[in-house]
Design a binder for this molecule. Structure first.
Ligand SMILES: [Zn+2]
Length: 151
């Protein structure tokens, strides 16, 4: 059987393939990453995935993600992987995992939380990964994935 994912990967000279995003999340992911003009961005949505039914995929030419971007992508779903491509070859594959803490990439939904008033980077302790549930380090509010606004 032809592996379509590998085919798409080899078509990219330098850049990153974000694979196995949950279906429908590609545009959200692009919002997090931003986009520098001039480079090719290929977005596949609701592609067939043998493992998970459906998935989204993004191909970014001439782009490797930084730590903050990876942390944001991690919030979107549990199965996401990154493949870093250099000169048409996959030089690294990275599973995008949520650690024990989410720092600085999301805002606390509690309007009275100190992080919404002082110039303080947010910190959330991860209580549960799937579905995502975190607790604000400062106000101790428990925040669900839907409430967590990624910045
Ligand atoms: Zn808070």
């Amino acid at each position: 059987m032809t592996d379509h994912t590998e085919y798409r990967v080899t078509a990219l000279r330098d850049g990153t393939v974000i694979d196995h995003l949950p279906p429908g999340m590609a545009l959200k992911a692009l919002e997090f990453i931003g986009h520098e003009g001039g480079n090719i961005v290929t977005v596949g949505m609701y592609l067939d995935s043998r493992k998970y039914g459906k998935k989204d995929l993004i191909k970014l030419e001439n782009k490797e993600l930084n730590e903050a971007e990876i942390a944001k992508i991690a919030i979107l779903g549990p199965h996401t992987t990154l493949a870093i491509i250099r000169d048409y070859r996959v030089v690294a594959k990275v599973a995008v995992n949520i650690g024990d803490e989410i720092a600085a990439v999301a805002t606390c939904p509690n309007p009275t939380c100190i992080t919404n008033h002082d110039d303080l980077r947010t910190r959330f302790h991860v209580m549960n990964r799937h579905p995502l549930r975190v607790r604000c380090h400062y106000c101790e509010r428990v925040v669900t994935e839907a409430e967590l606004e990624v910045t």
